[in-house]
Design a binder for this molecule. Structure first.
Ligand code: GAL
Length: 824
């Protein structure tokens, strides 16, 4: 079997190279045919090590998401088996004809403490799990023979505050290039002058000459528009004066440029050809956008000269039930869901994102703040990044910027989130050192940090060191801070942190306290002591004309950090004890599956203009001791009217309640079942089953409505794939929403039926989930209980296998259902 796969790899590499000039760069996915084993003997890097019984798998791979959940695992990181040592090995051949070329592997990210060996020799290492790195295999590669690449991965106990994932969880690439080539992350494209008539595009390209070859070298650069038209060209001589590297600067002009904007994220491509004695020896492509950004004290953030407010969300890197293993479609879907609520910006909390996320933000017109660190030298967790700080921080930070600085979507670099040095004397000095590194690598973007320790972060000079001051959870302090620091440009780097469980409504509403169900009411009013209901931030943002906007904590629920169910005393002898089985966050605007919570509609009402209206809770209160039900309404219209079984309960005008938010307001000490805010309407409704309908008006005209009904008994299942045609690339996904409905097709909003899935055809089950933060049901299974009427099945195509996938869902006592998805 081994030899067959070696033969196929060899054939593929040979075929690829026979199609192109042998000296021109090839970049191929290196994700297939890996072997994996947990634990270690210490010999795994040796060529002769017997890996015959290791598990075969493809990357990206996150071993922890496979489970099982266990209370003895760190509940703070999701209760999954993240920690420990594991090895990956891959046998591969590089054609003899490549002799003389450079062979490198790029890892987009390995979680974490990666050590890389080729044929028994250590060739690379990287402790930080979120940064990509390149490993040069050339010195130890055997051409035309079997090579063995071994990767040791070793996430340590107590090294994360949330679910990090475990393993080679991002993509890997094999590159074969001429010994004289464009260096790794070797291009830097900026647009210093942009006006309607012309854009000046400045490109710095670093070229590496590994063997100090002699010859006449030249760099030819073409700028190409989306139709493939060449719009600019430059040719420059490349001189290697001393050393192996040199940087070439080119200035190109694009006439009548089409700007990269949120509504039209237009991308150009820079195509580079490196010539030696008139022959092309390396080629490389880089997409980029032409746009201007500015951060102004009086006008906030300007994109192409126009003020744009960050309607932002913080996102952790995991993809819910799919874990940390990067997946293009799952990442795209996350952004699609966020865009539906009007999100125009994300903060990559609290680490460098996957390359795919930035590629998608470029394409989809989403602004990004790329964040480097959650801790510096002072520890938040015992074995966190602090252990690697001294040796690695500068390299990691520089690499992050080199990797990401050509993305038009990236508008800020963040040097850290709530780092402990905020309260230390040396905080300002350390921040200055990091800001200088950022400016050195990229003077075109401002540097920021998410600061929470006010006023200490100001008195120690940290806030002064950054260009733009990010404030976490300070909506009541902006005015004050700006009054005493009039030069600051501030924004909400982390806001709200409301906790809620989709579809859960407790009456009377709890304050910030634990509930025996391990769920949190979804009236969007409960937040931890340091945080606020969203209305506070909305109010603060609206009253600051120069505001940059906010980044809500968080867009999606994420694995780990199950606040408020963190256990009685969070830490016992260094071990995190949670309120098991609560194992994922409640902070999301949408749940772990991407199903909207009520807050989805709150933000939609604040951030979008297409008329919408939403009411909560559900309308199935029969048998409840509560006879009066608080009904909340979110709308971007002027007014809304509520009807119960056809009878009007009155119209209410949005914003009429001008309740301003007092600076000393302490929400968690003030539990109430209703709350007046300029951003939500509410009625107290005497419950009677039937139909509750809301109609929203603009200028007296009905423009949006929503109806919720008292659903009958669970009767049937409905399957709703997000895409009915997917690609046979072995990565593509269809996310199938599973609804439990009554006989009339109404969602049974309290249903928790167990659903069993049968998938036939060229696909496998990638994951199941239901958005319940407090369950240990596995994510990799062919069954799932509904949670408040919904669960989800995610299916994945198989590489090269086309056809029809038949998905059958059954549940005891319910009508089963079949749906199909086509793989093309
Ligand atoms: C912040 C922190 C985030 C998250 C959040 C929860 O203080 O920066 O990472 O923990 O609290 O509210």
């Amino acid at each position: 079997m081994r030899y067959i796969s070696l033969f196929i790899i060899c054939l593929l590499i040979t075929i690829f190279h026979s199609c192109s000039s042998p000296q021109v760069r090839s970049r191929e996915s290196f994700n297939e045919d890996w072997l994996f084993c947990k634990g270690e003997t210490g010999q795994e890097h040796q060529c002769k090590f017997n890996d015959a019984d290791w598990r075969k798998l493809s990357l990206p791979h996150d071993w922890a998401i496979e489970g099982p959940f266990d209370e003895s695992n760190d509940a703070r990181t999701g209760g999954l088996p993240v920690y420990g040592t594991a090895w990956y090995r891959k046998h591969f051949i590089v054609d003899k004809a490549e002799q003389g070329n450079c062979i490198t592997i790029e890892f987009d990210g390995v979680m974490n403490n990666a050590e890389v060996y080729l044929n028994g020799n250590k060739v690379g290492e990287r402790p930080f799990g979120y940064i990509g790195f390149e490993v040069d295999l050339t010195p130890h590669i055997k051409f035309g023979e079997e090579n063995i690449l071994s990767v040791r991965v070793n996430p340590e106990e107590l090294s994360a505050r949330w679910y990090p994932g475990a393993g080679i969880y991002r993509n890997t690439w094999l590159e074969i290039k001429h010994p004289v080539h464009i260096a790794h992350w070797g291009t830097y494209i900026t647009t210093p002058v942009v006006d309607g008539e012309e854009a000046i595009v400045l490109i710095e390209t670093t070229i590496e000459n590994c063997q100090m070859q002699k010859g006449d070298f030249a760099l030819e650069t073409f700028l190409v528009d989306t139709l493939g038209n060449k719009v600019a060209y430059a040719k420059s001589m490349v001189l290697f004066k001393e050393g192996k590297k040199t940087t070439v600067e080119q200035t190109l002009s694009v006439k009548k440029p089409i700007l990269w904007d949120l509504s039209n994220p237009y991308l150009y491509k820079a195509q580079f050809q490196l010539m030696k004695d008139g022959e092309c020896i390396d080629n490389y492509n880089n997409s980029f956008g032409i746009r201007t950004i500015a951060f102004k004290k009086d006008k906030g953030f300007l994109l192409n000269g126009k003020q744009v407010r960050f309607k932002g969300v913080c996102l952790h890197h995991d993809l819910g039930p799919l874990g940390a293993a990067v997946n293009y479609r799952a990442t795209e879907r996350q952004l699609e869901i966020m865009k539906e609520i009007g999100v125009n910006a994300i903060r990559t909390a609290h680490n460098p994102p996957s390359p795919e996320q930035l590629e998608l933000c470029d394409k989809m017109g989403v602004l990004v703040q790329v964040e480097a660190f959650d801790e510096w030298k002072l520890a938040k967790v015992e074995n966190g990044y602090n252990k690697h700080w001294d040796e690695w921080h500068e390299r990691d930070l520089r690499d992050m910027i080199k990797r990401d600085r050509n993305h038009p979507s990236v508008v800020m670099w963040s040097i850290g989130n709530e780092i402990k040095e905020q309260r230390k004397k040396n905080g300002g000095k350390l921040a200055k050192h990091l800001v200088d590194i950022c400016h050195d690598e990229d003077p075109t973007r401002p540097v920021t940090a998410g600061l929470s320790q006010y006023p200490q972060c100001i008195s120690n000079g940290l806030a002064d060191a950054v260009d733009v001051v990010g404030l976490n959870y300070k909506p009541t302090q902006y005015t004050n801070i700006l009054q005493y620091n009039p030069d600051y440009i501030v924004y909400g780097s982390e806001t709200s942190s409301v906790v809620s469980s989709r579809g859960v409504y407790h009456l009377p509403n709890e304050a910030y306290e634990k509930h025996e169900s391990l769920q949190v009411t979804s009236y969007d009013i409960v937040s931890p002591p340091w945080a606020y209901p969203p209305d506070f931030e909305t109010y603060a943002q609206e009253t600051m004309s120069n505001s940059l906007g906010e980044f809500v904590w968080t867009g999606f629920d994420y694995l780990g950090e199950p606040t408020p169910y963190n256990g009685k005393d969070n830490m016992t002898h260094g071990k995190w004890t949670g309120d098991w089985p609560s194992r994922s966050s409640y902070f999301g605007i949408v749940d772990l599956c991407g199903f909207p919570k009520d807050r989805y509609y709150y933000y939609q009402s604040i951030w979008t203009e297409k008329p919408m209206v939403h009411i909560l809770p559900h309308w199935n209160w029969e048998g409840s001791p509560h006879k009066t039900i608080p009904v909340y309404c979110y709308t971007n219209c002027d007014e809304a009217e509520l009807f119960l079984n056809g009878k009007s309960l009155g119209k209410k005008v949005m914003g009429e309640d001008k309740t301003t938010i007092p600076a000393d307001f302490v929400w968690w000490k003030k539990p109430e079942t209703t709350w007046d805010s300029p951003y939500r309407l509410n009625w107290n409704v005497a419950y009677e089953p039937g139909e509750l309908k809301v109609v929203a008006y603009i200028n007296g005209k009905a423009v949006a409505e929503k109806t919720i009904v008292t659903a009958g008994k669970p009767y049937q299942i409905r399957l709703l794939p997000d895409r009915e045609v997917i690609s046979a690339d072995g990565y593509d996904l269809s996310f199938v929403t599973v609804r439990i409905e009554d006989e009339n097709g109404n969602l049974c909003s309290l249903a928790d039926n167990m659903v069993k899935f049968d998938v036939e055809g060229p696909a496998s089950i990638a994951a199941v989930g239901n958005g319940n933060a407090a369950t240990t049901e596995p994510f990799q299974a062919d069954y799932r209980k509904a949670f408040n009427g919904l669960c989800m099945l995610v299916i994945k195509s198989e590489s090269g296998q086309r056809g029809v996938i038949k998905i059958k869902a059954t549940s005891e006592g319910l009508n089963s259902v079949i749906t199909v998805v086509v793989v093309k």
